[in-house]
Design a protein around this ligand. Structure first.
Ligand SMILES: [Cu+2]
Length: 414
């Protein structure tokens, strides 16, 4: 009976070991990277990305593509998120599958953090160079200090070719051209290996002596002094002196080999160039807004007043990168990601042109599975369930006006 028990125990142990090892090596391909799990209010009330364009759907390794567009820094920025005073324009991709060869805001190179103003609109561009083959979701992203990464819309881009051929040549300030992808890699391996080996020898030296319980007993019975022998002291001294010597010698050699070095550059850029949008001549008042859970639709009652001199129609509602269009007024020609585009998602109770000077109250419905798929409807479970978004109005000549809306959202469950 005892033998059987032992066998069962052993087998269970082996099974556990195999499971753990398998778990360590099992890494399923992530199909996205958490954009849907970011709180809906973060995506709807912070950075509004629009007019996005991914220049390519497929890029060979070493080739470049751009992600361009505009973003509006929402005026009603939530109190719970730090203001974008220190922000960094980035892209959301699964690791270094592209390298960011450059990024620009308002035409200015932004390799460092920038200070953004609430209520302003900026133009941006990110230049990406393909590195690792595969299908990757490429998102616009803004890292905000104290607010976290604020992720924008993503589109699938395929990188073809082989990673082995990837090169990243840069010319240093001293005129030398190096390939950053492989630069001094053997040196990195050498130092990691060396310190790891020294650490292992150190642990092995002490681990061959009696460990925890005998040492604890010795300390408790007042014989702690006997635990460290004169030889131990010499070995410890040798390790200490040796470590310092290795660092001093290698540092001297490195300084000699690379006499000119500059620190990594950091800092904050202020006064970024904004886009001067034409003065809005349309005024919108949100009378009420409800989200109908079973219908996956948001309904707004809007009072629209046209103070301009040409008739306008509502063409688009954009929130968290999801675009609801009225096909009679506006169409997407940019190849916007399908899952974020509701081409017929916007219905307006009366979308005939609103004449100059006229004011009209309409029912606007934005419906699409994206409310659930992108978990924007989770907003209704927030303690401060407000929504925000951009409304785009068009006149007959195709001129566009952007109006922001920001109002409480009340859910209905029937
Ligand atoms: Cu994604």
């Amino acid at each position: 009976m005892k033998i059987l028990k032992d066998k069962v125990a052993k087998l269970s142990f082996v099974a556990l070991l195999i499971t753990m090892t398998a778990a360590m090596f099992y890494a399923p391909t992530a199909s996205a990277h958490g954009e849907k799990s970011q709180a809906a209010f973060m995506r709807m009330r912070t950075i509004h990305w629009f007019d996005l364009n991914w220049s390519k759907d497929e890029v060979p390794v070493n080739d470049t593509m751009t992600l361009t567009g505009k973003f509006y820094v929402f005026k009603g920025w939530p109190e719970t998120v730090d203001k974008p005073e220190v922000s960094f324009l980035n892209v959301g991709i699964p690791g270094p599958v592209f390298i960011r060869a450059g990024s620009w805001i308002g035409g200015q190179l932004v390799p460092r953090s920038v200070s953004l103003e609430l209520g302003e609109t900026y133009e941006f561009k990110v230049l990406l160079k393909a590195r690792r083959p595969g299908d990757w979701h490429v998102h616009a992203m803004m890292n905000v200090q104290g607010g976290g990464p604020i992720i924008g819309p993503g589109k699938w881009v395929t990188v073809t070719g082989s990673m082995g051929s990837f090169v990243n040549p840069v010319t240093t300030l001293t005129g030398e051209t190096i390939d950053l992808e492989h630069y001094n890699l053997s040196n990195t391996y050498f130092w990691h290996g060396l310190w790891y080996a020294i650490g292992l020898i150190w642990v092995a030296y002490w681990a061959r002596k009696p460990l925890f319980i005998p040492r604890s007993i010795a300390v408790e019975s007042g014989k702690a002094n006997t635990l460290v022998t004169p030889l131990d002291k010499k070995v410890t001294l040798a390790f200490a002196v040796g470590t310092i010597a290795i660092i001093a010698v290698s540092m001297g050699a490195t300084n000699e080999k690379f006499p000119i070095t500059t620190p990594l550059q950091a800092g904050l850029l202020r006064g970024m160039k904004t886009i001067e949008l034409p003065v809005a001549t349309v005024a919108v008042k949100v009378e009420d807004a409800t989200y109908r859970v079973p219908g996956r639709a948001m309904q707004m009652t809007l009072t629209i007043t046209n103070n301009g001199d040409s008739p306008v129609r509502l063409g688009e509602f954009n929130t968290a990168g999801v675009r609801f269009l009225d096909p009679a007024v506006s169409e997407d020609e940019s190849g916007y990601p399908d899952d974020l585009l509701a081409e017929e998602g916007l219905t307006v109770s009366d979308n005939s042109p609103i004449a100059p000077g006229q004011s009209r109250t309409v029912q606007v419905t934005a419906s699409d599975a994206a409310w659930e798929v992108y978990r924007l409807a989770d907003l209704i479970y927030d303690p401060d369930s407000r929504f925000a978004g951009l409304l785009f109005f068009y006149d007959a000549a195709g001129n566009r006006q952007m109006i922001t809306v920001d109002a409480p959202l009340i859910p209905t469950f029937i």
